[in-house]
Ligand binder design. Structure first.
Ligand code: ADP
Ligand code: MG
Ligand code: MG
Length: 210
C-alpha cells in the first residue's frame, strides 16, 4: 500500500475514534434541534467504515475514500448518510491520480458541490454547509493563491470551519429537521457542521503526523 493510502486508512480510523468520543455531544446537539440521532448515526457509520477500509487489500487513495464513503452511505440513514457518504463516493473520483495539493483541492471542491447539490442548502441555512464552505474556500485560496504548503493550508481551512460552526449558532435553520423549529432553532449549534469540523480536525492531525 502507498504511504498516502496508509495515511488515509489511518485518517478514517482517527475520524471513527473521534466521532465515537464525541458521540454524546453530537447527540445532545441534535436533540436540541433534531431527533437526537446524529451521534449514533455517525459513530456507527464511521466505525464500520474504519473496519472496512482496514480490510482492503493494497488499496490506492481513491479506493480507500470511495470505500469509506460507500460504507457511511449504507450504514447511516437520515440526512447525513447520503450527504457525507454519497459526497465522499462522488468526490473520490478526483483522487484517481493520487493525493497532491491539486487533487486535494479538487476533491474538497467536488465534495462541497455534491453536498450542496444533494441537500440544496446554502451558507446561512444552519447546516454542515456553513462549516464546509468557508473551509473549502480557504483551502483553495491558501493552496492556489497564497501558495502555502498543503498542511498549512489545511490548518487554515480547519480554523475557517470552526468559525463556520460558530456562525450556525445565531442563525435560523432553513434546511433539514431543524428548520421545522423555525425561529426556535436560533441559538443552537448545528450538529452536522460540528461533526464536519471534528472530521477535518482529525484529517489535519493525521496528516501532521505523517
Ligand atoms: P437527520 O436530520 O435525518 O436525523 P442527522 O441527525 O444524522 O440526520 O444529521 C443532521 C445534520 O444534517 C444537520 O445538523 C445538518 O448539518 C445536516 N443537514 C440536514 N439537512 C441538510 C441539507 N439539506 N443540506 C445540508 N446539510 C443538511
Ligand atoms: Mg438527526
Ligand atoms: Mg434522524
Amino acid at each position: 500500500m502507498s504511504g498516502d493510502a496508509a495515511a488515509v486508512v489511518a485518517a478514517v480510523e482517527a475520524v471513527a475514534d473521534r466521532i465515537q468520543a464525541e458521540r454524546e455531544h453530537l447527540t445532545d446537539l441534535d436533540s436540541a434541534i433534531g431527533d437526537a440521532d446524529h451521534g449514533g448515526n455517525m459513530a456507527r457509520g464511521w466505525a464500520e467504515a474504519a473496519d472496512t477500509v482496514a480490510e482492503l487489500d493494497d488499496p490506492d487513495v481513491q479506493t480507500v475514500v470511495k470505500t469509506a464513503g460507500k460504507t457511511v452511505l449504507s450504514e447511516v440513514g437520515g440526512a447525513s448518510g447520503p450527504l457525507y457518504g454519497g459526497s465522499l463516493v462522488f468526490a473520490s473520483q478526483e483522487l484517481e491520480g493520487g493525493l497532491t495539493p491539486e487533487t486535494a483541492v479538487a476533491f474538497a471542491e467536488t465534495y462541497l458541490e455534491k453536498v450542496q447539490d444533494r441537500g440544496d442548502a446554502s451558507v446561512g441555512d444552519q447546516t454542515m454547509v456553513d462549516a464546509l464552505t468557508p473551509a473549502v474556500h480557504t483551502f483553495k485560496k491558501s493552496v492556489e493563491t497564497d501558495d502555502l504548503p498543503v498542511l498549512e493550508a489545511f490548518a487554515k481551512a480547519v480554523a475557517a470551519a470552526e468559525i463556520g460552526v460558530q456562525f450556525t449558532v445565531p442563525i435560523r435553520a432553513s434546511k433539514g429537521r431543524a428548520s421545522y423549529l423555525g425561529w426556535r432553532s436560533v441559538g443552537h449549534q448545528d450538529p452536522g457542521a460540528t461533526s464536519t469540523l471534528y472530521i477535518m480536525e482529525e484529517l489535519l492531525e493525521t496528516a501532521a503526523d505523517e
